[in-house]
Design a protein around this ligand. Sequence first.
Ligand code: NAP
Length: 260
Amino acid sequence: MTSMFDLSNRVAVITGGNGGIGLGMAQALARHGCAVSIWGRNADKNAAAEASIKDAGGRVQTLVCDVSDRIQADRATQATLDQFGRIDGCFANAGIGGGGRHAFIDRTPEDWRRMFSVNLDGVFHALQPIARHMIERASHGDKFGRLVATSSMATLFGTARNEHYAASKAAVNSVMQALAVEHARFGITANAILPGWVDTEMTEGLQSNDKFMANAVPRIPLRRFARPEDFGGIAVYLMSGASAYHTADCIVIDGGYSVF
Ligand code: NAP
């Protein structure tokens, strides 16, 4: 009997897949047979991520790529196609946090632009060439594609001192809904994942702030930060045939925080 979640004929790109949430997704996808192409800037982190997946018997390629640079993203798309022959899914997950240090009135234009160059332009740069490839395949009768972006629960709240981060992610939600409507005819779904608080490098500073933790954790019904592996299940589901009719969604995975 073949499993609904057998991904052995699938190839997925995970931007920012060399650590944190992206690595949690990449490892779960690889365990279900999916070939994974991880794009990240840091070659050492890429090498460690690659080893962790190879050691578990997975098929993996890593590429040094800064997604804020259009040319690098185009090259990484081509290098993925050269290695695996096709791309069935793209998890546009690479992102930077806002830090929450500066008041809005002190936000520099450089800070603002940098945020959007990674968190929004980076999503555009990764998804566009891959969507082109998927549409080309669909024109030959191979209609299957999964476009996914990692957004944030920050888009649901008034995110003080992080308005640039929240705005970049709110834009991502809108992009994914628009892509879902435009690409449904090609068998391509598009969804955003909205994580709550997650234990990764991005939140190291917050997690060492006792006052913040004492206030935030009791507000999470599951009473803990998420771990990167908590995002493996949603990645496998979205890559699989099980999610064929699931598109245009903003999928909140926050341990219940946003409704408590
Ligand atoms: P993380 O551990 O810091 O991971 C960020 C990843 O993005 C790393 O793999 C990093 O790799 C990559 N990256 C950053 N800038 C890049 C660029 N310009 N080009 C290519 N790769 C880049 O943080 P994380 O928490 O897993 O974050 C993953 C996503 O989840 C982000 O989009 C973040 O906004 C979102 N998110 C996180 C939380 C949370 O609580 N942690 C909550 C909601 C949403 P390199 O260092 O090698 O570039």
